[in-house]
Design a protein around this ligand. Structure first.
Ligand SMILES: Cc1ncc(C[n+]2csc(CCOP(=O)(O)OP(=O)(O)O)c2C)c(N)n1
Ligand SMILES: CC(=O)[C@@H](O)[C@H](O)COP(=O)(O)O
Ligand SMILES: [Mg+2]
Length: 583
């Protein structure tokens, strides 16, 4: 009953254990990880696959003097358990609780704040060079997965490291999985004899391949790496989901990310709502579009599962392209597809799209290519927290010329928006949130294709105030306005270009609340203010959205309400504005 783990408060306790106790420690770590994820959900598969790796790292290296930088950080529940956080792991990914990934503010043993993949090598090399320059000692280790090797940023770091004389230690956790089965030439190469040539060609000493669950072998390799005076890679072969049969048997993702689950009659039951998500609804309308038009193709950077594209891939195997953890490539590859006359739909999370910002400008908008971006997880994402929030896409994409920026309020909006985008001669974004579909309000329709601009959800005869919203916030605004005389509700629907006529009409009501689930700095609200100013329109305007701060992990519904982005909050904001109040 976790007799060893209860005695571990820090990595020095791990190093103090007799070596023969380590297998039991790994078993207890697995039991904890399986129990924690059963209760609160989380990144089960990767964390189970990295148990021995993390124990061996803490046996050989002395954190925090030696810096251990993990790519993404989703595989590190054992690291958290061994570094004094075991008593709080039941708060994992909950508001105020243990973070979903690593964070130096949570523990000095968390050398790198991450959540996005492919950053560990570059950051580790920077730490190593910075320490050298300042005369600090200590080893620096970058731990990354085979998925991380499909991302370009990793290669920028490897190239620089391999050409340096710095003793960077890279530990490659090779389980041949990204979120789903890994793609491309490199993961396959890793399982051949060429792996050695590959890394030695990059200037690294290659140690391996080593069984990533064989502690003595791992520790021998890590000790050799620790003694190296030049860049060195330890290539460990692991099984994602190891030790939990339902994850091991999950060929799709090896239990990559699990919601809370429970055992019922010996079966694993995932407590999912079972309601349809925006992702699933979009994948369905995309499937229809692909069935109608052979030019339509889908692109995803390693998020086949998260973007609900598995069925699409099964039906159109050569028209659904998983390009690996390679968002920059995904966007420019999509541009190439469009150049050749295809109609690419690049399915990409809002937060991960940030990595391809230049490609959107330089390779898509500037040449005026009709790429459609299906931007998923737009808005608050909840448990994944600050590294994954989709709260910057409107502000960052709105300034780009000839990029139309659609936000569906309900699932019924997706088909007309996609059809509009697929006939447009320019690039388009259709951005939708993580989560289930809201019901279409009574008497509303999705509108005629091609869609043009905003949609009045409620239009008062003698308007005194207008709630202007983006996306599903229109539903809350309708509820807020119910029974309020003279209140109108306008679903902006397209954040760029604006429907100027509709918004100027909203402005003429004299009081306008603009609500968006994104930053108010440069978002829809800013666009409305710019429009009113350009037309000399005087109105009292209140912008509502996310604060000027990174939004931590928590319950997205609660966070929305905290910002007043629910019916009660929008009603309060409108009444305060009418009463002459500000906030
Ligand atoms: C830039 C970026 N794109 C996509 C993701 C989503 N993501 C999280 S973990 C993961 C797979 C990582 O694969 P690997 O590095 O092999 O780790 P494993 O899960 O196999 O342990 C992906 C694609 C991400 N975190 N960052
Ligand atoms: C670690 C990572 O980046 C992914 O696993 C991400 O957490 C998936 O997010 P969703 O759960 O919203 O698909
Ligand atoms: Mg992997």
């Amino acid at each position: 009953m976790s007799e060893l783990l209860s005695r571990i408060g820090s990595p020095s306790d791990v190093r103090a254990l007799p070596e023969e106790a380590l297998p039991l420690l790994c078993q207890e770590l697995r039991e904890d990880i399986i129990s924690i994820c059963g209760r609160v959900g989380g990144h089960l598969g990767a964390s189970l696959g990295a148990v021995e790796l993390i124990v061996a790292l803490h046996r050989v290296f002395h954190s925090p003097q030696d810096a251990l930088l993990f790519d993404v950080g989703h595989q590190t529940y054992a690291h958290k358990l061994l570094t004094g956080r075991r008593d709080r792991m039941h708060t994992l990914r909950h508001a105020g609780g243990i973070a979903p990934f690593l964070d130096p503010r949570e523990s000095p043993h968390d050398a790198l704040l991450a959540g996005h993949s492919c950053t560990a090598v570059s950051a580790a090399l920077g730490v190593l060079e910075g320490r050298r320059q300042q005369g600090h000692r200590g080893h620096v280790v970058a731990v990354l997965g085979d998925g991380g090797l499909t991302g370009g940023l990793t290669f920028e770091g490897l190239n620089n490291a391999g050409g340096s004389s710095l003793p960077l230690v890279v530990v490659l956790n090779d389980n041949q999985m990204s979120i789903s089965a890994n793609v491309g030439a490199i993961p396959a190469l890793l399982r051949t004899r060429e792996a050695r040539d590959f890394f030695e060609g990059l200037g690294f000493t290659y140690l391996g391949p080593v069984d990533g669950h064989d502690l003595p072998a791992l520790m021998r390799a890590l000790r050799e790496a620790r003694a190296s005076s030049r860049p060195v890679v330890v290539h460990a072969l692991t099984l994602k989901g190891k030790g939990f049969p339902p994850a091991e048997a999950d060929a799709q993702t090896r239990g990559h990310a699990m919601g809370p689950y429970e055992w019922r009659d010996g079966k694993l039951v995932r407590s999912r709502g079972g309601q349809r998500t925006f992702s699933e609804a979009f994948a369905a309308v995309l499937e229809d579009a692909m069935a109608r038009d052979p030019r339509v193709v889908a692109v995803t950077p390693a998020m086949l599962e998260g973007s609900a594209l598995n069925a699409l891939k099964a039906r159109f195997p050569d028209r659904v392209h998983d390009v690996g953890i390679a968002e920059q490539h995904a966007v420019t590859f999509s541009a190439g597809l469009a150049m050749a006359g295809a109609r690419p739909v690049c399915c990409i999370y809002s937060t991960f799209l940030q990595r391809a910002y230049d490609q959107i400008i330089h390779d898509v908008c500037l040449p005026g290519l009709p790429v459609v971006f299906a931007v998923d997880r737009a808005g608050l994402v909840g448990a994944d927290g600050a590294t994954h929030q989709g709260t910057y896409d409107v502000a960052s994409l709105r300034p780009l010329p000839d990029l139309h920026l659609w936000s569906p309020m309900v699932g019924e909006d997706l088909a007309p928006m996609l059809d509009t985008a697929l006939v447009a001669p320019h690039a388009s974004v259709i951005r939708f949130p993580r989560g289930t579909l809201p019901p279409l309000p009574e008497g509303l329709s999705a509108g005629e294709v091609p869609l043009r601009g905003a949609r009045w959800l409620l239009r008062a005869e003698q308007p005194r105030l207008t709630l202007v919203t983006l996306g599903p916030l229109g539903i809350a605004a309708l509820e807020a306005a119910r029974g309020e005389p003279g209140w109108s509700v306008l679903d902006a629907r397209c954040a760029s270009p604006l429907d100027e006529a509709a918004l100027l009409e909203a402005g003429r009501s004299g009081h306008v609340v603009v609500a968006e689930e994104g930053t108010t700095r440069g978002g829809l609200g800013s666009a409305v203010l710019e429009l009113f100013a350009a037309h000399g329109l005087m109105a009292r305007v209140r912008l509502m959205g996310m604060p000027d701060a990174f939004v931590p992990h928590g319950d997205a519904r609660v966070q929305r309400a905290e910002q007043g982005l629910d019916a009660a909050g929008l009603r309060r904001a409108g009444l305060a504005l009418l009463a002459g109040g500000g906030r």
